[in-house]
Design a protein around this ligand. Structure first.
Ligand SMILES: [Zn+2]
Length: 286
């Protein structure tokens, strides 16, 4: 199944595909082990920084092999590509999907670059995600901060502007900002599901993605999926779990063989992915 078929099936059957970030072979293994165990399609993604750590072509080659060996549908996505050139590089390296994030640019400039990315991507059968309202926070531990300082409702997505952007650019997926934030916070985040419903009505044939899937209230994630979210991004919860588990293992061991030392961190990160697969409803959907 290609990326469009994987997402279309999720859309029709009302579940979401987890979009999990991989920055190294350990996190990649954690995601793929969970996908295989739970027989779930997954989207594996890497930001420019994460992808370039492994190498974009190298990452695409690894995914091709994992797909064959593990028999689970995998979409490879460039997460938050901030320029035409980084999207082009991912497309030419064999990615299936690129997220062009022009949300910090003026609307017209975002629109014109997104249109160019879509033109190139569609020639290569690659899907494109677009974003117009900068989704605040970062994929890190923000537990000492008040999330409300990032949740300015006046910056939430305007459904009519989303419609204009989708119609003019032809993006396949739209990333909405409805209270979701990047990062892990001390309290659960709440979404404005009314705005999400209006976005769904304004662009009924576009896939919708929800960034910041680490800290949102579980029931609201389920409601968002019922409303039509087909992709939920998760990174911070995996990063924090990976680092804390690895740190504990390193503190407790004098061994220097990293492949032994990383085992617990991989397993702990895999548990995070498994929990999200259950929540998103994609278990046994292969
Ligand atoms: Zn994001």
């Amino acid at each position: 199944m290609n990326a469009r078929e994987i997402l279309s099936k999720a859309f029709k059957e009302h579940y979401a595909i987890g979009a999990f970030n991989a920055c190294n072979i350990e996190t990649l293994k954690a995601i793929i082990n969970a996908a295989k165990k739970f027989q779930s399609p997954v989207l594996i993604e890497a930001s420019d920084g994460e992808a370039n750590y492994i190498g974009k072509k190298e990452l695409a080659a690894l995914i091709r092999i994992y797909r064959q060996e593990y028999g689970v549908p995998i979409i490879l996505n460039l997460d938050h590509g901030v320029s035409f050139d980084s999207c082009k590089e991912a497309i030419e390296s064999g990615f299936d999907y690129v997220h062009f994030d022009g949300s910090k640019l003026p609307f017209d400039e975002n629109l014109s670059i997104a249109t160019e990315v879509v033109k190139l991507a569609h020639q290569h059968n690659v899907l494109v995600e677009g974003e117009i309202d900068h989704i605040e926070g970062s994929s890190a531990d923000h537990t000492k901060e008040d999330p409300k300082s990032y949740q300015d409702a006046s910056h939430y997505t305007d459904p009519e502007q989303a419609k204009e952007f989708v119609e003019k650019t032809g993006v396949d997926t739209f990333a909405s900002f409805v209270g979701n934030l990047h990062g892990l916070y001390a309290e659960e985040l709440h979404l404005n599901l009314d705005i999400l419903k209006k976005i769904r009505q304004a662009i009924p044939n576009t896939f919708l993605s929800l960034h910041g899937g680490s800290g949102i209230n579980d029931d609201e994630v389920k409601e968002a999926i019922k409303t039509g979210i087909t992709k939920v991004n998760v990174n911070s919860e995996m990063r924090v779990t990976f680092k804390n588990t690895l740190q504990k293992t390193l503190n407790e061991n004098s061994d220097v063989a990293f492949y032994k030392l990383s085992k617990e961190a991989i397993e702990a990160t895999q548990s995070v992915v498994e929990k999200k697969i259950e929540l998103f409803g994609s278990r046994n959907k292969v």
